[in-house]
Ligand binder design. Sequence first.
Ligand SMILES: Nc1ncnc2c1ncn2[C@@H]1O[C@H](COP(=O)(O)OP(=O)(O)OP(=O)(O)O)[C@@H](O)[C@H]1O
Ligand SMILES: [Mg+2]
Length: 449
Amino acid sequence: MNLVRAPRAVRSTTLRGAAYRRSPGGFTSCLPLRLPAHRASSATLAGVYPFLVAPPPTTGVLVGTDALTGGPFCFDPWAMYGAGELTNPNMVLAGVIGQGKSALAKSLAVRSIAVGRRVYVPGDPKGEWAPVADAVGGVVVRLGPGLATRLNPLDTGHTEPAIAHGQRLRLLAALAQTTLRRDLDAVEHGALDAALTEAGHRPVPTIPDVVDALTAPDRAAARADGASVAERVTDGRDLAHGLRRLIRGDLAGLFDGPSTQALDANAPMVVLDLSRLGSNDDALALAMTCASGWLEGTLAAGGGRRWVIYDEAWRLLRSVPLIRRMQAQWKLSRAYGIANLLVLHRLSDLGAVGGAGSEARSLAEGLLADCSTRVIYRQEADQVAATGTALGLTRPEQDLLPALPRGTGLWKMPGRTHIAHHRLHPSELAVFDTDAAMRDTPARPTEVA
Ligand SMILES: Nc1ncnc2c1ncn2[C@@H]1O[C@H](COP(=O)(O)OP(=O)(O)OP(=O)(O)O)[C@@H](O)[C@H]1O
Ligand SMILES: [Mg+2]
């Protein structure tokens, strides 16, 4: 191979009022100092890169190249957290459609698997993660009407009865809140607890067992709680109707019986493919709430460092009970060694979950606050100001956002900002491609370079 050496560039710059010439050993003064020292704010001086900008991170999996240095840009939330550079391992990734958000999430996932991490995608509404899981020897659980797979969300895998009961109760309450579109009151919580206790006499209860116990409560148990059977039935009436949606409604056959597939906690990647649920956001939220029950059980059992990737998270943020569960998992991320990745179109998706001051809004804002790493891909001009305010972006950083090309993002981490190009390997592109339907011919590797 012929290597052609480019002529050494000679560049001049001005530092503290003197002209300097770049030489192999550094900068050599070529003019006497005449100008007074210049003072400016750090925001203004940030323009004199590379003197004030931190070098790109070089530990972790290779993401691509740093746009300013041209050097490698790597990322590992666990390593950076360990080094004190991040306050938590969670990450939010926002950008308009088709900019390569999912491609970045998939690269982080498969490249992390190579260094021993595991990946869980608790809900894939577009069905685009299945080929990725297949490529890395992972497991795909396909749930949807007409499919044979069934998961029992009450099969927590926990052997300690009190812990299993608590997990099941929280899960059932979240499911009922989602279908009823309201919080449960005190008597409903009591009725649900009693029904679950009764159903819990079976080795692994199912949702139909709980609904049966709600509609025909045990007389002795009701009396022990100071209630009659008729009162118990009345207390649990709405709950029974709400939970029946998982038995007879649009989710029938998905979560209403014993699990048909054991979820392998040691698989490198587990993907819950929910693409068959279509555009039914309620069904998506219910399915993900059920899946989060399984995740809790798996995480509690250990299993090492794991990415939990919420692709298309803007669709999930419509369900307050699900956001509550996500927030609980966020809080536990450091204890369990998991890094959550939330993929959105824009940060205002987080503000759109509820009115100012509402619980939903503060929960969603809490999720953002608990993401130490924020990666912003291209934003529409009308989103730039809100994004800038939410993330504390400087004016030049804001100006960049509408012009970022596909695969290039602004990475904000505590005390450091980088612009990084995500580089896809041709074999990754073949698996990650979501544009196939838009093209006549498949992508060629040269398009990636
Ligand atoms: N860094 C990159 N280099 C080259 N091609 C890329 C890059 N990132 C993404 N692509 C390609 O761009 C297309 C869209 O990417 P992707 O599906 O990841 O976008 P997205 O932002 O997740 O879109 P959506 O918001 O619709 O989910 C894919 O075909 C993908 O292969
Ligand atoms: Mg995507």
